[in-house]
Design a protein around this ligand. Sequence first.
Ligand SMILES: [Zn+2]
Length: 449
Amino acid sequence: MRSLALKGRPRRLFPLRFGWEPITESVSLKGGSPDRYLLEPVTGAAIVFDQGWVLVDTGFNIDTIHDDEQRRDHYVIPCYTALVPRGDPLVDQLRTLGLGWDDLAACVVSHLHCDHSGGLRHLVDGPPVLIQGAELDFAMSTATLQDAYFRSDFDLPGLDWELVEGDEELADGLQLLPTRGHTPGHTSVVVELQDSGTTVLACDAADLRANIEKRIPPGTTTSLGWRLLPRIPSTVFTTSTLRRGRRFGPATTPHSGTRGSCFLVPTHRSLGGSMAVPGLRGVHHVGITVPDIEEATDFFVEVLGCQLVHSLAPMMADDDFMAIQLDVHPRAVLSAIRLLRCGSGSNLELFEFESPDQRTETIGNADIGSAHLAFQVEDMASALEYLDARGVEILGDPQFVTEGPSTGVTWIYVRAPWGLQLELISYPEPMAYEADADVVLWSPSKPAG
Ligand SMILES: [Zn+2]
């Protein structure tokens, strides 16, 4: 194993998006249309360990794109161009994620195409840059602008190249998987995350969901590597196809029934059909009034693992504002407001009120106005074991549904310390009704599906 400045194991995987590029379907899919352009995202990832993190791919060189002359000199492939957001998407996303360059233990470059190597300039005199030997050799000796290799992006003094030959475990839970074909030394990256299992970052070995699901190879390259991808029980991130405005994220869709099968970023399905209210997209958050904001935050963050995103200032008024706007007692004080993100599902908004007419009894599940929050889990047994160990009250036993549309679901109720009922639901396989349904229920395991 290499001595990288990492401690522990991979804990979080953050997908990064550096921009988009128009690619004909025939490039991404053998037999695809040479006239149909897909706006494909240019992606990378940050893998965060207990200590230190690893960057996978670096996107475009923004300076080249913003300089007309440089752009003209470099982007010489007909109809190929780069679309980038404002700013420097690599630097900006890392800042947003709170990932510091000083903690970067290594950068893995899947290959040296211009949409993967443009940020290497940030790594001069920095940590090791890991690459398959065959890729660096090809890039330095043979590749040209016509191959979409921009030598000025990667032939930089001060880059600390470390060559990898084939399959190699770089650190606990981090492995390189050679997937040559797209380029002579393309590599994919295998990440073992404690909570969500193995994820393969396919990089450019597979562009579209169909490459994996339908076993159709990419189109123009002799991409041998893509064949390897689905054989690993894992989640696979492909480049995927994003329509304008679609978000690249750990959106996953099971492509076959077995647990540990491949999961992919959805591609051709459009996001969120039109709803009756113009522009309505779906549930943004669920608001819950709790008796003690600290207790509730502790429960959702420390026990369930939601993330506290921010708190809002208290709300109160001397006039009728509270009564008019929120339909509460005019002297009610909304003393604490916290916004939480819970995985890839709906956000939560926690309220703590002080109000002269506040009712403090917890209402039961059968009472009008009661609500329960249902959290989807991948493995019911380990979820219950975890909650039980933390003293969470579990109601009854897990119920496995064997009849009707929900066949395949396991459910159980648990209770938060202040009485709020929560449900855990799990269905590693699609529910029975999904086989011939036009619309399937939204699931946080495939949030863009
Ligand atoms: Zn490429």
